[in-house]
Design a protein around this ligand. Structure first.
Ligand SMILES: O=C(O)CCC(=O)C(=O)O
Length: 273
């Protein structure tokens, strides 16, 4: 591990697989937050073509380059997407003062059922987000319930949803499938969020600090239920998490409650009859 890297642990990775996000509260120094707000409100962000290698995509003096170099951010990204990701796209999301409406609940992609890969979206909030500022609403544990864009837009509220409030300098890394939407900003102040999507270019296998791989807390994290699941659908989510955990660890024997082993049993394929 490079001395500047703070790789995630297996327990943190399992939490990401179960919840679909990782929150890094207040990890960005205030000076960088100030520079980011100045850039976002004045010149905006540079154009980056789809698929540009991250290394070299952003000049060293940009807030984006400096943000991605922070050890907590760099370590988490390396753990999730590995070295040398490419930039899918990036954007500035603004909730205007007294905007009067909220964004519909959505996922940022068409239905994307890749079983062995996922993109990560970095969401950066350079200033404090208070409850009335239109923080991003998201639904923990929704990322493996694949939906097409705003097909879930008619859903107004789900038990267990979270509406982000956070200190300045917070970064949230989300799985591309997470259900989310910007809420209504009822304040006098513009609410900024900078979002950057990464595509991995290496297999996402054991990229984190695996020294705690067999900690029982890993299975506990992967078994987490969320209030919007009914009992039977929780099983489906756990099944899907096991598939992702198998892909991430390369361990095809991992299971919880026999869910994947049972449906992978194909007697005809091993019959000698
Ligand atoms: O502004 C927000 O809080 C979320 C916006 C967003 O993520 C989106 O438009 O996809």
């Amino acid at each position: 591990m490079s001395p500047t890297e703070q790789l995630l642990t297996s327990v943190q990775m399992a939490r990401f697989v179960a919840q679909g996000f990782l929150r890094l509260d207040g990890v960005v120094p205030q000076e960088l937050n100030d520079d980011a707000i100045a850039a976002l409100s004045r010149e905006g962000i540079p154009e980056v073509p789809y698929g540009t290698p991250l290394a070299g995509a952003f000049a060293e003096d940009t807030f984006i380059h400096r943000l991605l170099a922070l050890p907590a951010v760099a370590g988490a990204l390396e753990s999730l997407v590995g070295p040398h990701p490419t930039v899918d796209h990036h954007a500035v999301h603004v909730r205007e003062p007294h905007e009067g409406n909220a964004q519909a609940l959505h996922a940022d992609a068409i239905i994307d059922v890749r079983p062995d890969a996922f993109d990560v979206q970095l969401m950066y909030y350079p200033h404090e987000v208070t409850p009335d500022m239109g923080g991003t609403l998201s639904v923990p544990g929704s990322h493996l319930r694949r939906v097409n864009e705003t097909d879930i837009g008619r859903v107004q509220n789900l038990r267990g949803q979270t509406r982000l409030t956070c200190p300045a300098g917070t970064v949230v890394l989300v799985h591309h499938g997470i259900w989310h939407g910007g809420r209504r900003n009822d304040t006098e102040r513009r609410r900024y969020m900078y979002k950057l999507r990464f595509n991995p270019t290496v297999p996402q296998v054991r990229l984190w600090d695996t020294s705690d791989l067999h900690d029982p807390a890993v299975t506990e994290e992967l078994s987490t239920a969320f209030p919007w699941y009914e009992q039977a659908t929780a099983r489906l989510e756990i099944h899907n998490r096991v598939l992702l955990w198998r892909a991430l660890t390369g361990d095809d024997t991992f299971d919880i409650g026999y869910w994947v082993t049972r449906v992978r049993n194909r007697p005809a394929l091993r019959s000698h009859a």
